[in-house]
Design a binder for this molecule. Sequence first.
Ligand code: PEP
Ligand code: MN
Length: 332
Amino acid sequence: MIIELKSSVQEARAQEIAQQLKAFCIHYLGRYVLITSSSVKTLDAQFEGETDRFTVLSDDMQLSSRAWQKETRTVQIGNITIGGNTGNTLLIGGPCSVESEGQIEQSAQLMKELNISTLRAGAFKPRTSPYTFQGLGLEGLKLLAKMREKYGLNIITEVRDATHIEEVIEYSDIIQIGAKSMYDHGILKRCGKTTKPVLLKRGFGTTLQEFVQCAEFILAGGNPNVMLCERGLRTFETKTRFTLDLCGAAWMKEYSNLPVILDPSHAIGYAYGVPDLARACTAMGVDGLLIEVHPNPKEAKSDASQQLNHDEFRALTGSLKAVANAIGRQII
Ligand code: PEP
Ligand code: MN
């Protein structure tokens, strides 16, 4: 159950009620909001006078549900906003990993040239083999921060585990939690204690219910700025790397109030399919796309097969703008 206290209820009193109800207490849109387990179905009459509204929910998809908040949340990233009625589709572009200053600077220049606000690249990479490139770590974060200063871009980069979470929070504008870290409660809970936007990727073997419940850990911690990212599921199919769950995306759009971002690059795993998938994703009217692009994909130190080259990305961006415009949205 979600209990919205009257705006006149002060923090100390809100905390007192939260303790009695064994509820989370967050400050959201100008008042205190308490969240109990969804198994609680009635509100004790003694609290009614201090309550504006309470919402009984069928399961623990609560703060992220449209049953509680109808409108898609707005998320502010630097000087841009997505969600709400903005009609914005955020295009996040950049290489899989920061590899060198020269490489990430070429990526930053490409974003600037195409008027794209948000540059992605991993510094702490969750690789499937310990013998491959693991990312530049802190040095990579510093290079990304340098690109932000020089080109005025927003930076998104991933946190792999708790050992470097403070650095990722400090250096990024959006914190990415990767598919393999989606269940890491240390990361989820720490991300609940900041208000920096978080892009939470869906694990490749995760149900939609489990996925939104992971988002709830961040929301219940007090961070309202969470975006859901579908990046492909593991299925019986081996011709493509993963299977992009567009049905799941439709479900998230229908039942969740969190902005939805789609990542066709990691889903298919091969550059040839990324433009078609990206256009299909854009036509769904989602809030954003994440596309990997590298100055020289063949030489990329991670995810080489799926990254577009700069010319392919330029061409794709042009067609995405046309698709977005056709459904009354704009690429930002
Ligand atoms: C990435 O974005 O480079 C990445 C590792 O993604 P995922 O967590 O979806 O595999
Ligand atoms: Mn990648």
